[in-house]
Design a protein. Sequence first.
Length: 278
Amino acid sequence: MKKRKPITPSTRHYIDIDRTNLAKSKPLKSLTFGRKRSVGRNNAGRITMRHKGSGNKKLYRSIEFGESMQGIPGKVERIEYDPNRSCFIALVLYNNGVRKYILAPKDLKIGDKILCDDKTSISVGNRMMLKNIPGGTEIHNIEIKPKQGGKFARAAGLYAIMSGLEGNYAYLKMPSTEMRKVLSNCFASIGVLSNVEHSLASLGKAGRSRHLGIRPTVRGSAMNPPDHPYGGGRGKTPRGTKRPKDKWGNITGGRKTRAKQKYSNAFIVSRRSPKKKK
C-alpha cells in the first residue's frame, strides 16, 4: 500500500495500491480496442442502473481466458495495470510469436515461463485440467463448461481451493465458501490472483469516485416522500416500514433473489456460510 503526506484534505485519507513494479509503457495496441460505455442506461437512454456515469475513458484489453495457446510455452514480458478489472494482467510472448494478455497471479514475475496443457507442472501461471490438479491447490480463472473460458475467481486476490475428485466432477471450495462441483475436464489456472490489497485502498475524495464512473448515492431518508418510501419527516426519523425497500417500494434485504429452479442448483454441494456480524 502507498500513503501520501497529508498536505491537502484530499490526500489525508488517500491510500493507493503500490504500482511501482508495473510496466510504465502503453498497452499493446493490437490487443486493445475502444468500447462504447452504457453508463447505466439502456438503448432508449433511460437510467436502468443508478449511481453510474461519467468517468475517464479507458481502452479495453483483450484477455485470454481460455486455452487457445494450449501446448505452446510462453514467457512473461511484463506486468501491467488494467483499468477494466481489479487484478493486474501479464503480457505473455508465446513460442509461436503470438502475444496474449492473461490474468496475472500474485507471484508471477517477468521472465517466468508458463504453459497451458492437459497436464503440466503445478507452478504459478500454468493452466491445466482440474482432474490433474492435486487437492488443496489454489486456483483461479476456472471454467464452468469445457472450452468456454474461465468464469470463476477472476477478481483481485481471489482463488478457489481444489478439494477433490469424484467420478467426472471436481469439488471446489469457492471464494464465497460455497462448495461446488465442476466437470473435471474443465481448465483452471494455478495460483492466487494479484493485487491482494485491492480492498484496502481508500479513494480519499469524491472526485476520484467520479473518475471511476461512480456517481453520488443519496440516502432514501434524506429524500422527500414522493421520491422514496423513507422520505419526509423531521430530522432523523425511522424509515416507517417493517422491511427495507428500494426507491420503487420493492422489498430488499433479507429476501433471497436467486431463482428457485436454476439449472446450476444441481452443482452446488453446500451453500455459502453466512457472514459473521462484527
